[in-house]
Design a binder for this molecule. Structure first.
Ligand SMILES: *[C@@H]1O[C@H](CO)[C@@H](O)[C@H](O)[C@H]1NC(C)=O
Ligand SMILES: *[C@@H]1O[C@H](CO)[C@@H](O)[C@H](O)[C@H]1NC(C)=O
Length: 353
């Protein structure tokens, strides 16, 4: 064998090894695309240019994120960032700043303070409610159809993506439980209101299905009565708020059962955020206080140094979990076999299905 051939052989073996290792470390994407709908639990920067107090593209937010503050409502990664990583995906950028991004990999439409209902959160300023998030998705689909050479091709492609919908908390926190600002609590009791929300959400899910979605994760509302914000005002967890979350989530779980029967070509999964984040208290030393300082137990104060031991805190600010808490929830929803946490299958199984 000549020297040149040997060098070539060694080089190509090295390259092969390197690309193999990369696959091992980062994992080949298990799904080609991810579309995210929701509120501040998933927002990756959609509110940054809106006129609202519900935006956090400033320090100390993002203190543990590779590029600092981005508009994520936590110290580091959100739950869907981590699920994306586990699936081998890049961080999905917000619809509001897609420059240079390949939309075939997905888009994040989630907006802090947004709800299923249009008026939700609007008293604190502008946000992008679920209805507008869906219209934005239709705009993106039109662009994908142009890229792929037709509506049929786009539809076939969109069938393979993962769709993640985590919304509803603000319809309670920033609507129903603010009776001075919103009339919903006078029009409906909790049971009726949760029903109205689920009906509305169900219509949105069907619209997503019409637009090609076949693999969907629907996330319930966590115990909003036990956030540092609720605890600061009430001393103990607010029972009525936790009851609201349970009613909403159990209706959402039933909706998932119904959708799985109705749409045989699709798989719907219910993620119980009560079980996966908030029951995972064991590893955390501080459960009732936020890691960062804030004046009204809402958003962190600009440039105030947060707690050092962020892995020991469940909550980052008055409402939002730390990256450490998100990590536990995300991993659980990714590969847990406990149907109380993720039902009727986990996300790893969903993307393979
Ligand atoms: C979610 O998990 C919590 C805590 O384990 C449990 O009490 C609740 O019943 C679960 N909700 C649903 C809809 O499965
Ligand atoms: C779930 O995934 C995490 C992260 O990849 C991994 O550390 C853990 O071992 C997995 N658990 C199971 C039961 O597969």
């Amino acid at each position: 064998m000549g020297c040149e051939t040997k060098t070539w052989l060694i080089l190509s073996l090295l390259l092969l090894g390197a690309s193999y290792m990369q696959q091992c470390v980062y994992g080949a994407p298990q799904v080609p695309c991810l579309f995210v709908f929701g509120d501040s639990l998933s927002d990756s920067g959609n509110n940054n240019d809106l006129v609202t107090t519900a935006k956090v593209n400033y320090k100390p937010y993002g203190i543990d994120f590779p590029t600092g503050p981005t508009g994520r409502f936590t110290n580091g990664l959100t739950s869907i960032d981590i699920i994306g990583q586990l699936l081998g995906l890049d961080f999905i950028p917000p619809f509001a700043s897609l420059a240079g991004w390949d939309i075939l990999k997905g888009v994040n439409y989630a907006s802090g303070s947004a709800g299923i209902r249009y008026e939700t959160g609007k008293k604190t300023g502008d946000n992008v409610g679920l209805g507008t998030q869906l219209r934005r998705h239709e705009m993106i689909i039109a662009q994908i159809a142009i890229k792929l050479g037709g509506v049929a091709q786009a539809s076939q492609y969109l069938n393979k993506c993962l769709y993640y919908v985590n919304i509803g908390s603000n319809d309670f926190i920033d609507n129903y439980f603010l009776p001075k600002l919103y009339a919903t609590s006078r029009r409906y009791n909790l049971e009726q209101y949760a029903g109205v929300l689920i009906d509305e959400l169900s219509k949105s899910i069907q619209k997503l299905h019409d637009n090609g979605a076949r693999k969907m994760v629907l996330v319930g509302v966590g115990p909003i009565g036990c956030t540092p914000n609720a605890l600061a005002k009430n001393g103990v967890c607010v029972k009525e708020k936790n009851a609201a979350a349970l009613i909403f989530s159990s209706k959402l779980k039933s909706l998932v059962d119904q959708l799985n029967i109705q749409f045989k070509d699709s798989k719907f999964v219910f993620r119980n955020s009560s079980a996966d984040i908030f029951d995972s208290s064991k590893g955390f030393k501080v459960l009732n206080k936020a890691c960062c300082q804030s004046s009204l137990n809402v958003f962190c104060t600009l440039n105030r140094t947060p707690c050092q031991n962020r892995k020991e805190y469940k909550f980052w600010d008055g409402f939002h979990p730390t990256q450490a808490a998100n990590q536990i929830g995300a991993i659980n929803s990714y590969n847990s076999s406990n149907p109380k946490i993720i039902y009727p299958m986990n996300i790893q199984q969903l993307v393979k299905a």
